[in-house]
Design a protein around this ligand. Sequence first.
Ligand code: CA
Length: 424
Amino acid sequence: MIIANNPELESWIDVPAGSDFPIQNIPFGVIRKSNGKIRCASRIGNYTIDLYALAKNGYMDGTGIKDRKVFRKDKLNDFIAGGKPVWKAVRQRISELFEKNNPHIRDNAEDKAKILNHINDVEMLMPVEVGDYTDFYSSIEHATNVGKMFRDPENALLPNWRHLPVGYHGRSSSIVISGTNIHRPKGQTIANDSELPSFGPSKLFDFELEMAFITGRKSELGDNVPVNEAEDYIFGLVLFNDLSARDIQKWEYVPLGPFLAKNFGSVISPWIVTLDALEPFRVKGPIQEPKVLPYLQSEGNRNFDIQLEVLIQPENAKESRVCLSNFKYMYWNICQQLAHQTVNGCNINVGDMYASGTISGTAPDSFGSMLEISWGGSKSIQLTDGSERKFVQDGDTIIMRGWAEKDGVRIGFGECRTKVLPAK
Ligand code: CA
């Protein structure tokens, strides 16, 4: 067992019941403190931990951090580039420093003041510089639902789907941090009874419940990442809301796939939860039939049991849960995705982001997009304020949460939140 994952560990920092951030989590993010300083950080309970302040005061000595300035950057990339042994050592050191019996910082008021900030006193910033972004399509339930609606209910999955993790290269410039609000996009759409398109605000604004992994190691052009070594390249995961305009998508996606329907904003949760923290929540993935090609055959448990929910909060109203899904439903796991991404010699970089694709389960209340929940707009759902939705309205806030729970330990991702603003 990874020592920092021991369920018995407790911190001297108060961790409220139900918190996503017990001492067993130790995620990584970037904060702006109230004095304006930007720092790489971790979090326990409701307190952020300034990693630069830790390093400056000698608390990171021996972890393999060569230059403490990596923690004074506005992105985690330079820290992540240090490699997996360093990520592991830093996480372990944080675990030791904040364990309830460790007096070094606990009993040092001066250091404590430099290192800890209440979460309400900091601003969360985009944690990584995203170089390249790939969006997969790896939930069989989602792909089947979409195939049934858009093509043939009898042949919902295209012939390639069970043989490779379908994906496309998306756009990284519009990936933003939770709390960033997004304007309804404008674009070309075509009415059902029309032969010509028209231009205007999208009428079918949607979310996609996804998770994304971030690579922490580069590969060379021409090389591939073997499926059973893929986790050496993966730093951690975030929640990912891939906002989508279904009417724009429907008109533009033939024959090359999504374009402007998907690149006007994708929102991520601010804390990157490491694969190490998720280790206790590994589960087997779905049985893959037919058998996949050798380069995609992963060994061991490569799926993760992470509960995922989506809520819609209309303006001046309470939030309503519209979806409860789970990351474990993924047909293609993250190792298979990365192996496939690189099998042709495509090189990857530190900070690249790979989204899972919409994560739907089999039950309608586990569908990860309004497209599926409303079955293509053919039915409405009722929110707790009595209003109805087929898609997302202006003023609605979309909230995604994710957490894994076992042996009394809850490892969560916090929130991924965005409000839909009227078209500009
Ligand atoms: Ca997507």
